[in-house]
Design a protein around this ligand. Structure first.
Ligand code: HEM
Length: 215
């Protein structure tokens, strides 16, 4: 127990937990994206996917509990590290001077993270916790994603998700010590491909649904 507390007290311990939980989210996003691609197959195909998913029963509840635990870990570590860094480097001047290699994605991680958190709360209220007794999941998704406000929110949020993953993915590998000069360029390249794929894959869904409604 003492060892665990000592590990959590050190910045590197918190960063490792953040890296592992972040990679867990990256894996979830891939699975979620693959599932959402069934939307392109139309209402029936998407519902057969949703039915198969719900038929997994307890496994779904275990996955949801796992996601919630990942969220608690990622969020608490991010907030603690953010304030630790503020105390350690109180002026933005010092931050900028030390900032060799800063990119838009790396410099905005706390803000993109906060936007994703707000998006996920809205997303769950709109889709997961909507009243499913009168409408199917496909109808709930289509009616939200044909409203200009939701379309704008979704497209913006998907760009933000792409930015966050773009830095977070390779940075997690670096934190975990997999930063050998031989592998890092490949991990960084994969990070770009992965984040663009998530951004475009998710971001095109609201545009597709809007185009469908115009036909
Ligand atoms: C166009 C993009 C997206 C669409 C159409 C979409 C659609 C959905 C739908 C329909 C559900 C509810 C499924 C059900 O009722 O069982 C859901 C759940 C969820 N979505 Fe999304 N989603 C999108 C993007 C995202 C993104 C980018 C994230 C995270 C950053 C995300 C996180 C979640 C989470 C955490 C759940 C709950 C999972 C669960 O409880 O099993 N979604 N999504």
């Amino acid at each position: 127990m003492d060892g665990v507390l000592q590990f959590l007290n050190q910045s590197i311990g918190k960063k490792i937990l953040m890296a592992i939980s972040g990679l867990g989210f990256c894996a979830f996003l891939l699975v979620h994206l693959i599932g959402n691609l069934f939307i392109y197959g139309g209402q029936d195909l998407f519902h057969s996917y949703v039915d198969h998913l719900h038929a997994l029963g307890p496994f779904i509840y275990i996955s949801e509990a796992g996601l919630f635990i990942l969220l608690c870990i990622h969020l608490s570590m991010a907030v603690t590290l953010y304030f630790q860094n503020l105390v350690a480097r109180p002026t933005t001047y010092v931050m900028k001077r030390n900032a060799g290699g800063r990119t838009l994605a790396s410099g905005t991680m706390p803000y993109t993270g906060l936007i994703i958190l707000i998006f996920v709360v809205i997303h769950l209220i709109t889709f997961k916790f909507a009243d499913h007794s009168q409408r199917t999941v496909f109808e709930i998704v289509s009616s939200a994603l044909t409203q200009p406000g939701y379309i704008a929110l979704y497209v913006f949020a998907m760009i933000v998700v792409g930015l966050h993953v773009n830095h977070g993915f390779w940075s997690a590998f670096q934190t975990l010590g997999i930063d050998h000069p031989k592998y890092m360029p490949a991990i960084r390249a994969f990070s770009v491909i992965y984040s663009v794929m998530l951004g475009i894959g998710f971001g095109f869904i609201p545009i597709y649904i809007m185009l469908l409604s115009l036909r």
